[in-house]
Design a protein around this ligand. Structure first.
Ligand code: TYD
Length: 203
């Protein structure tokens, strides 16, 4: 089963993925956690380029770099892990690109979606948890951190990203589960587990 997590900075994706991994392991299943961009030597180098605040990258180059990192990760790690029966838990996947590069950078959405197909060989997550947080709460939670290149994009950009996530969630209600990220960690975890159980009752 392929499960992805989406949400802006500070939404608690990393904490929730870890909790979900522990739960899935406790049932005797094998899992792997992956973070995008990254996860292979090639994709980690691209990650360093994408997040480097001293490098200027135009929106199309940015899109193609995220997709190049994704293509490598999908073919080298995700597809083989799924074939071997692992639960693959991914911290961001192509919905991030739709939200950030499509809506945030305002690239043509059809072209962006075609890039996903090319990069993923058509692979789709079975379930996507969108940990929804307001921009103000996100900024409050990440105020202590040094901003990377993406995080310097500005308020208008992030408001468009949030609109993007809402639009994606609305267009694929079967796959996209919206969860209030401002809530309690344990409560959020319980909600996530209940969706997993519903989606794969015999796993
Ligand atoms: P990361 O430190 O992993 O952020 P987070 O902890 O919020 O997931 O950095 C990844 C950044 O790249 C983040 O700002 C979101 C952005 N991003 C895109 O713009 N497009 C993408 O396709 C992906 C995967 C990430």
């Amino acid at each position: 089963m392929f499960i992805t997590f989406e949400g802006i900075d500070g939404s608690g994706k990393t904490t929730q993925i870890k909790l979900l991994q522990d739960y899935i392991k406790s049932l005797g299943n094998q899992t792997v956690i992956i973070r995008e961009p990254g996860g292979t030597p090639f994709s980690e180098i691209i990650r360093d380029i994408l997040l480097n605040k001293d490098i200027e990258i135009n929106p199309v180059s940015e899109l193609l770099l995220f997709e190049a990192a994704r293509a490598n990760l999908t073919q080298q790690v995700i597809i083989p892990a799924l074939k071997n029966g692992f639960y693959v838990l991914c911290d961001r996947f192509y919905d991030s690109t739709t939200a950030y590069q499509g809506y945030g950078r305002q690239l043509n959405l059809d072209e962006v979606l075609n890039c996903h197909k090319l990069a993923t060989l058509g692979l789709k997550p079975d379930l996507t948890f969108y940990l929804k947080l307001s921009l103000d709460e996100s900024l409050k939670r990440s105020a202590h951190k040094k901003a990377d290149r993406m995080e310097r994009a500005g308020r208008e950009f992030f408001l468009r990203v949030l609109d993007g996530y809402d639009a994606i969630a609305e267009s694929e209600p079967e796959r996209f589960v919206i969860i209030d990220a401002a809530g309690d960690i344990e409560e959020t975890h319980r909600k996530i587990v209940s969706f997993i159980t519903r989606k794969s009752p015999n796993k």
